[in-house]
Design a protein around this ligand. Structure first.
Ligand code: ZN
Length: 250
């Protein structure tokens, strides 16, 4: 069984289409989407409709909730807020309805899925050992937590010995081609980065392949038509900073 893992599409249809094609080529059986289908980019309805067609495990992110009025946009920075208000005005009633039914956490036998963290499902960023620890403790016996939200491919992990003995939390940043081997004595939190607004300095769309048989997660980065998305953002009148950051991957 192979899962294609993606997160933070942010209304970037060109990036989403490229990732879906790459996942088809990689022969994934099921898609996991860790939230933030919309926000920032020019194609909110197209992205929701594309994801809606997928038979997968799909979560809500903070931008999805803010764009349907369920989370206060005041909490976002000015560029994000401007894009959220624009998105709210664009989304059809049907697509808002779809976003309103997405779960904030999914727990399966082999893993847990959440946009932010187990401490706060949609809003907390796991960027430090201290925030990772809070979620590790809430995972209890479970070994793998897949997250989005940071737009940054990385992993936190810690070895678990007998009884309650645990070793210190370690952290690795990840890039294209990196393969993480999961095992029963290691607890891992993994972010595969962002499809539609990468922030790790590499402007390519980021995603992951989780192979249950080999117990590996592989990070993939692929180019997409950035200029196409930027052109659509100019036409939509979205903030200049959000347009330029796509090319920088920051
Ligand atoms: Zn995001």
């Amino acid at each position: 069984m192979k899962y294609g893992i993606m997160s933070d599409i942010h209304s970037n249809l060109a990036a989403l289409e490229s990732v879906l094609i790459a996942m088809e080529i990689a022969k994934v059986d099921k898609i996991i989407c860790l939230g933030d289908i919309v926000g920032y980019g020019p194609n909110p309805n197209e992205c929701v409709e594309r994801i809606n067609k997928i038979d997968g495990l799909i979560l809500a992110g903070n931008h999805d909730l803010a764009s349907i009025g369920w989370e206060d946009a005041e909490w976002f920075n000015s560029h994000a807020k401007e894009a959220i208000l624009w998105t709210e005005g664009q989304l059809t009633a049907k697509n808002k309805e779809y976003l309103s039914h997405l779960p904030e956490v999914i727990s399966q036998k082999d893993f847990i899925l959440v946009h932010g963290s187990l401490y706060h499902f949609t809003d907390e960023y796991i960027m430090t050992g201290a925030t990772a620890k809070k979620s590790f403790d809430l995972m209890k016996h479970r070994k793998l937590l897949l997250i989005g939200h940071t737009h940054y491919p990385a992993t936190f992990f810690r070895k678990q010995g007998q009884l309650t003995e645990v070793s210190p939390i370690q952290n690795l940043r990840l890039t294209d081609g990196d393969v993480l081997r999961l095992s029963n004595d290691i607890q891992s939190i993994i972010s595969v980065g962002s499809v539609g607004q990468p922030r790790d300095g590499d402007n390519r769309a980021s995603f992951g392949i989780f192979d249950i048989e080999t117990m590996t997660v592989t990070i993939k980065k692929i180019p997409y038509d950035i200029k196409k998305t930027q052109g659509q953002m100019v036409e939509a009148g979205l903030p200049k900073y959000l347009i330029s950051r796509l090319a920088m991957g920051r």
